[in-house]
Write a protein that binds this ligand. Structure first.
Ligand code: NDP
Length: 325
C-alpha cells in the first residue's frame, strides 16, 4: 500500500451519505479480511460538525487530527431541487469546501481527495468529456450553483499546491447509485427517485408507472461500492493534483428508459412504464471518458448494472422507513 509504513488517520466528510457509506462498506470488508493495516478511518456526518461553519470544522479537525481526508460532504440534489435552489447550492458548497480545505492545510493533512461531478462540465462541449475541460465554458443553467462551487475545488487544489506544496486532488464521478442513497421525494436523484416511486406504485396496485421526461437522455451510472473502491485507490495511489474522472466505460452508458426497465426487473413490477414528456429532461448526454483511469488502473472490474440495481432495490425494501427514505 502506498500509505503503509506510517500510521494514518483518514477523515471522511460526508461519511454518512451514499458514497461515504459505500467507502465504509469497502473498508469494513478489507479490515475483516485482515488488510488495511495502519489506517484508522473516521466517518463523519453533519451531526458531527456542520462544515458550513468554520469553527465547527476546526473543532472536528482538532478532535481527529487526520493525516488524510476524503472530502465528500456537499449539499447535493436532483435536477428539480437544483433548479429551485442555485444560490443555496453555491453558497453552502463554497463554504463547506473552503472550510475543509483550509482546515486540511492548517492541520498539515498529507492528502485530500475531494469529489467533483461529471455534471459540472460545460454545457456546450465536445464528447467524450475529459478532465481538461472542466473550466472551458458555463455549466448547464439548471445546476450552475452546484457546478461553479464544485469547479472552485479544483481552483483551491491548484492554489494549495502552488502556494503551499499541498497534494489536494479531486475525483470526478459520474452519477452514483447504491445502498444508503437519498430516497426522499423532494431531493433525490433519478435512480433512487424511480426506485421509491415504483415501490409506492406497486403498493397501490398501479397498472402504469410514469417516468418524468422522455426516457431518452443518456447517462453513465457508477455503483457506489465500485466508486468507493476507486476513491480508496485514489487516496492510496493517485498522486497528482489534477482531477481524475471515475466513471464506467463509455460503452456502458444507458438511457433513462434502460434504467427504468432495470428497476422494473429488480422490483418485479408487472405494469407498464409511460413517459411524461411535459417534464424536463436535463442535458441530453454528458458522456465522460474514463481513459485516464483506465491508463492507470486498467483491470478494474465494475459490477454489472443489473446486479448493482438488484442490491440497491433490495436494500431500499429492507430499509425504507429509515432516514432519507
Ligand atoms: P449524500 O447526499 O448521500 O451525502 C451527503 C453527505 O454530506 C452526507 O454525509 C451529509 O451529512 C454531508 N453533509 C451535507 N451537508 C453538510 C454540512 N453542512 N456539514 C457536514 N456534512 C454535510 O451525497 P453523496 O454521497 O451522493 O455524494 C458524495 C459526494 O459525491 C458529494 O460531494 C457529491 O457532490 C459527489 N457526487 C455525487 C454524485 C451522485 O450521483 N450522488 C455524482 C457525482 C458526485 P448528513 O447526511 O449527516 O446530514
Amino acid at each position: 500500500k502506498a500509505m503503509s509504513g506510517e500510521s494514518s488517520t483518514i477523515l471522511v466528510t460526508g461519511g454518512s451519505g451514499l458514497v461515504g457509506q459505500a467507502i465504509k462498506y469497502v473498508i469494513d470488508e478489507e479490515q475483516e479480511s485482515g488488510s488495511g493495516d495502519g489506517e484508522t478511518w473516521i466517518f463523519c456526518g453533519s451531526k458531527d460538525a456542520d462544515l458550513r461553519d468554520r469553527a465547527q470544522t476546526e473543532a472536528l479537525f482538532n478532535k481527529h487530527k487526520p493525516t488524510h481526508v476524503v472530502h465528500l460532504a456537499a449539499m447535493v440534489g436532483g435536477l428539480f431541487h437544483n433548479m429551485a435552489h442555485n444560490l443555496d447550492f453555491f453558497r453552502e458548497n463554497m463554504a463547506i469546501n473552503d472550510n475543509v480545505l483550509n482546515a486540511s492545510h492548517k492541520h498539515n493533512v498529507r492528502k485530500v481527495v475531494s469529489c467533483l461531478s461529471t455534471c459540472i462540465f460545460p454545457d456546450k462541449i465536445t464528447y467524450p468529456i475529459d478532465e481538461t475541460m472542466i473550466h472551458n465554458g458555463p455549466p448547464h443553467s439548471s445546476n450552475y450553483g452546484y457546478s461553479y462551487a464544485k469547479r472552485m475545488i479544483d481552483i483551491l487544489n491548484r492554489g494549495y499546491s502552488e502556494q503551499h506544496g499541498r497534494t489536494f486532488t479531486s475525483v470526478v464521478p459520474c452519477n452514483v447509485f447504491g445502498p444508503s442513497d437519498n430516497f426522499s421525494l423532494e431531493s433525490s436523484h433519478v435512480i433512487p427517485a424511480l426506485i421509491r416511486r415504483m415501490d409506492d406504485a406497486m403498493a397501490n396496485g398501479a397498472a402504469t408507472f410514469a417516468v418524468w421526461g422522455s426516457g431518452k437522455p443518456l447517462r453513465q451510472f457508477i455503483y457506489s461500492r465500485d466508486l468507493a473502491r476507486l476513491c480508496v485507490w485514489a487516496l492510496r495511489r493517485y498522486h497528482s493534483v489534477e482531477p481524475i474522472i471515475l466513471s464506467v466505460d463509455e460503452k456502458d452508458e444507458v438511457t433513462i428508459s434502460d434504467v427504468a426497465e432495470a428497476i422494473k426487473k429488480a422490483h418485479g413490477f408487472q405494469g407498464q412504464i409511460v413517459y411524461d414528456t411535459s417534464k424536463a429532461d436535463g442535458q441530453y448526454k454528458k458522456t465522460a471518458s474514463n481513459s485516464k483511469l483506465r491508463s492507470l488502473y486498467k483491470d478494474f472490474e465494475f459490477t454489472p448494472f443489473d446486479e448493482a440495481m438488484r442490491t440497491t432495490v433490495t436494500w431500499y425494501k429492507q430499509n425504507k422507513g429509515q432516514a432519507r427514505t
